[in-house]
Design a protein around this ligand. Structure first.
Ligand SMILES: C[S@@+](CC[C@H](N)C(=O)[O-])C[C@H]1O[C@@H](n2cnc3c(N)ncnc32)[C@H](O)[C@@H]1O
Length: 383
């Protein structure tokens, strides 16, 4: 595909998205009807589309329309690059008298209007810098699996396959990929379980837990198992993974095998038979606002009503797991949210409802720290 044809493809995908189709579905639809497109073309179209989703308001303003064409024109104007509206075969039609103006206020930051007060309250002076950071692509981070490698050995193995990395300050296990991120999944280090793809802040959250060695641990919202595997590398005596949606755990046994990690999967009904636990991690469903660089669609889909129902679900999950913590044990509550309602306010409300727990520590990270935005509250059960 020519660069102009890729832009036209992105326009078509974005039009589907703006018409109500989930962005991943729109990309799949486009891929199915353009089977000639190679992996490089697909990746390039995906990048163009996600750039535009991240910057929907500012690009639409600069491109003069909230349409696929407007967003791609706005992107070109924002970056000062040729829009490639050449009118050639498979390319967008030539430019007409399309207007456009520099975005102002919240649109310049691509911040949804309804959520702005909550984000401003949570981020204070960091509001504009954080929203600006969320307009760009996220770096690719790897976690070195200490069950199988050291950071130096993993870096050397990756470099032999052309993937260059540097240690990242957020966690001892974190590497930031500086060259050839797309080669990671084909690298020997990845195939042999020396590294996993995992955001650096997500690694920092696991690193901030109390020492896990010898403990009986539950990952209550394990999902795909990113944090489960990071915890497994800290050698707990037993690590149990649970998720309300059991299908989300389906890849975990294979991933654990590759990582040389021991993880026991447990259904909800069987949890009482394996409780209590010395430490429970609840990486709860949340707005994902700290990860809007990676999942920009979520930024435009979140409403205050959805936020309120997430906050209620988080409290419900906390109340449930509180009963499964052993006396003197720890309960870790994590979100990838930037919002106080899901973070500090939730932590404060929990200790008010459960005075048998004390809030031992909190960790708050934003994209200004390099990784995604994350929050961790660590509660200790009073004996
Ligand atoms: C933020 S994701 C977890 C990500 C995962 N910990 C990781 O690091 O890859 C939240 C998970 O909570 C699960 N979940 C939603 N409601 C739940 C509930 N009531 N109890 C337990 N898990 C729930 C979801 O299915 C989802 O997999």
């Amino acid at each position: 595909m020519t660069p102009a044809a890729r832009v036209q493809a992105a326009i078509e995908v974005l039009d589907q998205w703006l018409g109500g189709q989930p962005v991943e579905k729109a990309l799949i639809n486009w891929g199915r009807s353009n089977r000639y497109a190679g992996s490089g073309d697909r990746a390039a179209v995906r990048d163009l589309v996600f750039d535009a989703v991240r910057c929907k308001l500012s690009f639409a303003s600069q491109g003069g329309a909230l349409s696929g064409r407007g967003l791609m024109l706005g992107r070109a104007r924002a970056l000062g690059v040729d829009p490639l509206f050449t009118g050639g075969p498979h390319a967008p039609a030539p430019l007409g008298d399309e207007g456009g103006s520099p975005p102002q206020g919240l649109a310049a930051l691509d911040c949804p209007e309804d959520l702005a007060p909550a984000l401003q309250a949570a981020l204070g002076p960091d509001f504009a810098p954080v929203m600006t950071a969320l307009q760009s692509r996220a770096p690719v981070f790897l976690r070195v699996n200490l069950l199988k490698s050291t950071r130096d050995a993993a870096q050397a193995s990756l470099a032999a396959d052309g993937v260059l990395t540097e240690p990242h300050i957020l966690a001892d296990t974190a590497l930031i990929v500086t060259q050839n991120p797309r080669k990671v999944s084909a690298s020997k280090a990845y195939a042999e379980g020396l590294v996993e793809l995992q955001d650096a802040a997500s690694q920092a959250v696991v690193q901030a837990l109390p020492p896990l060695k010898g403990l009986n641990v539950l990952d209550y919202c394990a999902g795909g198992g990113g944090k489960t595997l990071a915890m497994a590398a800290l050698r707990p005596a037993r690590l149990v993974a649970h998720d309300a949606n059991a299908a989300r755990l389906s890849d975990l046994p294979e991933r654990a095998k590759r990582a040389g990690a021991k993880v026991q999967l447990t259904e909800t009904a069987k949890l009482p038979t394996v409780a209590p636990f010395d430490l429970i991690l609840t990486d709860v469903p949340c707005s994902g606002s700290g990860a809007w660089r990676r999942q920009p669609e979520a930024k435009w889909a979140l409403t205050l009503e959805k936020l309120a129902s997430l906050v209620a679900l988080q409290a419900e999950i906390l109340d449930k797991v509180a009963t499964m913590v052993a006396p003197g044990g720890a309960l870790a509550y994590a979100t990838c949210s930037l919002l106080n309602a899901e973070n500090q306010d939730q932590a404060t409300a929990f200790v008010q409802r459960h005075p048998q727990f004390a809030l031992e520590r909190q960790l708050r990270l934003t994209p200004l720290d390099g990784g995604d935005g994350f929050f961790l509250a660590l509660f200790r059960h009073k004996t």
